[in-house]
Design a protein around this ligand. Structure first.
Ligand code: KBG
Length: 574
């Protein structure tokens, strides 16, 4: 028989003397000190800091997805297969991402004959969202449900935002700088792992020559990566495992539950209403057998991404007004170019590369291109600046698009991805239900995602200022592209579908004012003593650059506040 927790079950458990508790009650309660929902780099940051800086606290991490590799939260691009064939990784990313909100297609089938079942009503099939207005959607927004989250396939680009991208962050600059340094260590960020690459050098020098006024912005991409010492042809990309470090050393202080859904956070109830400023447990469901469990703990962290985190709070009836609001997502302009002949023809004459080029030619006399097959790809960044307020990646990488395939020799291809900010607006949001349960209007209630949690629905539009900025960004990308080469047919300059950046911020933003933020500067949810939120949703700013390093920076502070809470609580018990 499947064990389903009844409403009030936790109260019953807590109020029943141990010897009178039923066997089911006893076997469906787990006890720990800290529960962390999620297992991406931010959840891993909480786990690492707590395990390292608290002497005894036990951590239970709960992940909705499975562990899809032998290394707990490892980056899947570390396989030799993908380092040899980056295009193949496109399919890994496609397979990993599940879109967040898909409005149903027009399901009227005019040619449907015979007695096939059909309906005049709006069809609500599992996984589609009848409440989604298409032109307010972030159509390509996706979630990766696996141990390690998106860090199993991310690009690892870890810039520190420009000061214009940090306007609302309540953590003082001096403190931020120290936290950023720690974040860089946790993520194992290195800027120079591509210095020996011929292609990297060509691309960077061409940009430095062609964009003289911006030479301060043209830098090696700061990447969470390290070149392998045993075989420098390959690199090790950082994943959640990198952040966790040597987890074995903590023995049974660390526990990971996989394919387990965090359903909601549970407060003690009085007369059917939640009371107090404390969360007592999380209710989770083992997705294999659909059994429910409570995990009792002293402190709770929800770090399930910018959509999953507000979703769990909403499902727990924790619905402060700013939840899901102030959402920002970046625009992406993209193109791929084939490097100019004059740049390629110079390669054999460069004394630094002569030996490698000759060796390559000797080994592969029929290859007309003078670039060794193992030459690493370019990884150049044009950082955000006041006059060019966007973040640019000039590199060769796989995402869910942009594979080169047999169209061209990948060694000649450079990808340009330019990311634009979005003005912060209280009206841009993700919502999980009607604002007022009693006045649902046109809202179709009761729609869930395929995991049975309230369906996220986007209401996001780009302002006139955003559109103007996007226009200038596109022009800049074309100018930069022209310095490097000609467009690869089929990869001409284009804007990608909204949401594809996967850099949503703001939905659980930190701040100093509970009216405009979900959590305080330490990421503790307002009005709660023992509930923390983590992830890109905590970033209160509109950024153009990649958010992970900032989210990890914020999480380190949050984790230390949580430790402080545990210590205070322990002291007060004696
Ligand atoms: O280029 C990447 C980028 O680094 C990133 O973090 C985002 O998620 O996706 C881009 C590709 O679309």
């Amino acid at each position: 028989m499947v064990f389903r927790l009844q409403p009030g079950a936790l109260n019953h458990y807590l109020q029943t003397p141990a010897e009178q508790r039923s066997q089911d009650e006893r076997s469906h309660i787990i006890k720990t000190d800290v529960v962390i929902a999620g297992s991406g780099p931010v959840a891993a940051t909480y786990a690492r800091i707590i395990l390292e800086e608290h002497p005894t606290a036990r951590v239970t991490m709960v992940e909705i997805g499975a562990q899809d590799g032998k290394i707990l939260g490892g980056h899947h691009k570390n396989s030799v297969k993908y380092q040899k064939d980056i295009d193949a990784f496109v399919n890994v990313i496609k397979g990993a991402l599940q879109t967040v909100s898909v409005p149903p297609e027009d399901s009227y089938l005019p040619t449907l004959g015979g007695d096939a079942w059909t309906t005049n009503k709006k069809q609500v099939f599992h996984g589609s969202n009848p409440n989604q207005v298409p032109n307010k959607n972030l159509k390509s927004s996706g979630i990766t449900r696996t141990v390690g989250g998106m860090a199993t396939h991310w690009t690892c680009n870890c810039p520190t935002p420009h000061e214009e991208e940090i306007v609302h962050n309540p953590i003082p600059k001096a403190e931020r700088d120290v936290l950023y340094e720690r974040a860089a260590k946790l993520l194992n960020i290195h800027p120079n792992e591509y210095n020996d690459s011929i292609r990297h050098t060509i691309v960077k020098e061409t940009l430095l020559k062609g964009l003289k006024s911006r030479d301060n912005s043209i830098v090696n991409m700061p990447l969470a990566v390290e070149r392998r010492k045993d075989n420098p042809d390959y690199v090790t990309w950082s994943g959640a495992n990198t952040v966790l470090g040597d987890i074995e050393q903590y023995g049974d202080r660390f526990q990971l539950l996989t394919e387990t859904r965090v359903t909601n956070l549970v407060r003690p109830m009085l007369d059917g209403l939640p009371v107090g400023e404390d969360i007592r447990a999380v209710q989770v469901r083992n997705l294999h057998n659909n059994e429910d469990y409570f995990i009792l703990a002293d402190a709770f962290v929800v770090a399930c991404g910018a959509i999953g985190t507000p979703q769990i709070l909403f499902n727990s009836d924790i619905r402060p007004q700013p939840l899901g609001r102030y959402l920002c997502e970046q625009s992406i302009a993209f193109c791929q170019i084939v490097l100019k002949r004059q740049l390629i023809d110079l390669i054999p004459n460069n004394p630094e590369w002569k030996k490698r080029v000759e060796e390559h030619h000797k080994a592969f006399p029929n290859d007309p291109l003078h670039i060794p097959y193992n030459d690493p790809e370019p990884q150049v960044q044009i950082s955000y600046s006041h006059d060019f307020p966007w973040h640019c990646q000039v590199h060769r990488d796989a995402f869910s698009y942009g594979d080169v395939g047999p169209r061209a020799d990948s060694r000649l291809i450079v990808d340009l991805r330019f990311f634009g900010k979005q003005e912060i607006s209280v009206d841009n949001r993700v919502r999980f239900g009607p604002d007022d349960e009693k006045r649902v209007g046109n809202w179709l209630p009761g729609v869930t995602d395929i995991y049975g949690l309230p369906q996220p629905t986007f209401e996001v539009t780009r302002s006139a200022k955003d559109q103007d900025n996007d226009h200038n960004l596109m022009k800049d990308m074309c100018d930069v592209a022209n310095l490097l080469g000609a467009y690869l047919p089929g990869s001409n300059p284009q804007f990608m579908e909204p949401g594809l950046a996967l850099h949503i911020t703001g939905t659980t933003r930190i701040g100093k004012d509970p009216k405009t933020s979900v959590a305080n500067p330490e990421s503790r949810v307002w009005d709660f003593q023992n509930l923390w939120v983590g992830g890109n949703g905590c970033i209160p700013d509109s950024t153009a650059c990649n958010p992970t390093k900032t989210s990890v920076m914020i999480a380190i502070k949050g984790a230390r506040a949580l430790i402080h809470y545990l210590e205070k609580k322990n002291k007060s018990q004696y």
